[in-house]
Write a protein that binds this ligand. Structure first.
Ligand code: ADQ
Ligand code: MG
Length: 215
């Protein structure tokens, strides 16, 4: 379990990752205001390890999830989250391997890099199958998320993954047997984004019959 401590909260003045903006516009002649946020587009990858018939997910501490689930206190005029009262697992999530689109390369190349960095599998570009794309956070950001499927084998595992250490990433790779995947994504006690649930359903719809017949 990650040790989280000394959590303070401040307004976000300037960020590389998010930019809050206010739009004014007219809709059918009615004046309106909407507060929106510019964030990076992203890629996510559902990884299926055919050697062991497991789906490969990542587990990490997500500060935004921790913030949403925690009680914020004030200590000497400073907003804080007391880790003694708000256990770090409130912010732990299970997700698909994912990354933001912050480089000027193809989405497939970004996806390939994330699978290697986060999960340790070296996947050829032509093994990345585009699943679909969708909009995230339609009320606030509306960023585009492109989803891929990658079939991997144990032989393609070249490292433990875990994220880019120099960037401070701390990611656990979690294998879930296909036979347990539905129960896992439907478990309300497991924090996860909706995209992960969709991807598992997609897997059962489009892939699992094909693999089951080979076992
Ligand atoms: N807001 C922030 N504040 C500070 N540092 C930040 C930050 N956002 C990113 N970073 C830094 O940039 C790194 C980028 O990480 P990734 O490219 O793996 O994207 P991530 O998986 O977080 O989000 C992707 O995957 C998740 C899960 O699907 C999607 O919700 C999301 O839109 C998508 O970008 C992080 O490790 C962190 O160092
Ligand atoms: Mg990531």
């Amino acid at each position: 379990m990650d040790k989280i401590s000394d959590v303070t909260i401040a307004d976000c003045e300037k960020s590389t990752y998010i930019k809050p903006l206010r739009l004014t516009y007219q809709q059918n002649g009615i004046k309106k205001i909407w507060d929106a946020m510019k964030v990076h587009d992203s890629v996510v990858i559902l990884i299926y390890n055919v050697t062991r018939h497991v789906l490969v997910f990542v587990k990490q501490f997500r500060p935004a999830v921790y913030l949403c689930s925690s009680k914020v206190s004030e200590v000497e005029g400073q907003r804080v989250i007391k880790h003694e009262e708000n256990p770090p697992n409130l912010g732990l999530t299970y997700e698909l391997c994912a990354g933001i689109v912050d480089k000027d390369t193809s989405l497939e190349q970004i996806a390939q890099g994330e699978v290697l960095e986060e999960c340790g599998y070296k996947v050829p570009l032509d093994k990345l199958e585009r699943m679909c794309s969708c909009r995230g956070g339609v009320g606030t950001s509306g960023a585009l998320q492109t989803m891929y499927f990658a079939e991997v084998t144990d032989a393609m595992r070249v490292s433990q993954g875990g994220g880019v250490k120099e960037e401070g990433e701390m990611i656990d790779v979690v294998d879930i047997p296909v036979s347990e995947a539905m129960d896992f994504v439907m478990d309300d006690n497991v924090n996860k984004p909706v995209g992960m649930m969709f991807a598992v359903l997609w897997f059962f719809q489009h892939k699992n019959k094909h693999y089951s017949s080979k076992i």
